[in-house]
Design a protein around this ligand. Structure first.
Ligand code: UTP
Length: 293
């Protein structure tokens, strides 16, 4: 096996999505639309365009709609074909042919670290990617590919970093690091959601990782952390003391679709960039502003 090839990508999607209730009472947040397709499809596309061919989703009982979305729907396909809607038929077929996806149940939402641990039987043979799909990244090359590139050059694990505003520091895991070269940091330590006065930097950990399989034994031995959950950040701290962990200040844009405000902003922004939808958004805004026609 070539240790430098990252082919597997884990998608932890078993979280409860409490910040997005009540809609997430019945609908997986990953299935909410970002313009005209579900949030999850952006992450899957990113993984495939980064060279990952094996997708493993860690799901929970409320997430069946994700499996259905990537599966074939014979009834719909038959209906579209019989009504001569060939283009739509092809589009539906392409979704189910997008990737080979394996689904693993996390029986209880015991935290992101626990969700990653559920992927161990499928990912223990080499470095693997992790995508938290409610953080939607748009970049060229794709952000996961940027992380894999650092792994291919330097070895070790890689996490995506963003330099955040001081008022946002307390929302994220923040790293203490040494700058190695432009955009690449060696991670020394990290702290979850610190107040700005205690923060070791303003570099925040975002939802993309390339991880060493050593993370699994660390997670298995680690007890529950903040909020009674098994925290990935705690395991990454231990990993960084044992093996190289690099931080990459990624190139591209990020849309935080795990909150109502972030999701709404992402939809407005992407609609403004769509030639057909731009005028719809601008018309609504101009009416709301009471502008004269
Ligand atoms: P979040 O912190 O966004 O939690 O999880 P959440 O439950 O999805 O949403 P809120 O905070 O209640 O609104 C980060 C990622 O980890 C996954 C989530 O699905 C998300 O992709 N996760 C979290 C799991 O898969 N299992 C868990 O037990 C917790």
């Amino acid at each position: 096996m070539d240790a430098m090839v990252v082919k597997k990508c884990l998608f932890p999607v078993a979280g409860l999505g409490t910040r997005f209730l009540p809609v997430t009472k019945e609908i997986a947040k990953e299935m909410l639309p970002l313009v005209n397709r579900p949030i999850i499809s952006y992450g899957v596309e990113e993984a495939l365009n980064s060279g990952c061919s094996d997708i493993i989703m860690i799901t929970g009982r409320a997430k069946r709609s994700i499996e259905n979305y990537f599966d074939r729907s014979f009834e719909l396909e038959h209906l579209l074909k019989s009504r001569g809607k060939e283009a739509l038929y092809e589009k539906m077929l392409a979704i189910s042919n997008m990737a080979e996806i394996l689904y693993v149940r996390q029986r209880e939402p015991l935290g992101l670290g626990h969700a990653v641990l559920c992927g161990e039987p499928f990912c223990r043979d080499g470095y693997f990617g992790v995508i938290l799909p409610d953080d939607v990244f748009i970049g060229e090359p794709p952000v996961m590919a940027q992380l894999i590139d650092v792994h291919n050059r330097l070895g070790g694990s890689v996490i995506a970093l963003e330099h955040v505003a001081p008022e946002d520091v307390s929302r994220y895991g923040i790293v203490r690091s040494e700058v190695l070269s432009d955009g690449i940091h060696r991670i020394l330590d990290m702290v979850e959601k610190p107040p700005i006065e205690d923060a070791p930097s303003r570099y925040a950990i975002m939802g993309r990782y390339v991880l060493s399989p050593s993370i699994f034994s660390i997670l298995a031995e680690q007890g529950a952390g903040a909020g009674g959950e098994i925290q990935l950040t705690d395991a990454l701290r231990t990993l960084a003391k044992r093996e190289p962990v690099w931080g990459l200040v990624y190139q591209g844009r990020r849309f935080d679709c795990g909150t109502q405000k972030g999701w709404l902003a992402a939809n407005v922004q992407l609609a403004l960039e769509d030639p057909e939808l731009r005028s719809v958004v601008l018309d609504v805004i101009s009416v709301a502003n009471g502008d004269n026609p």
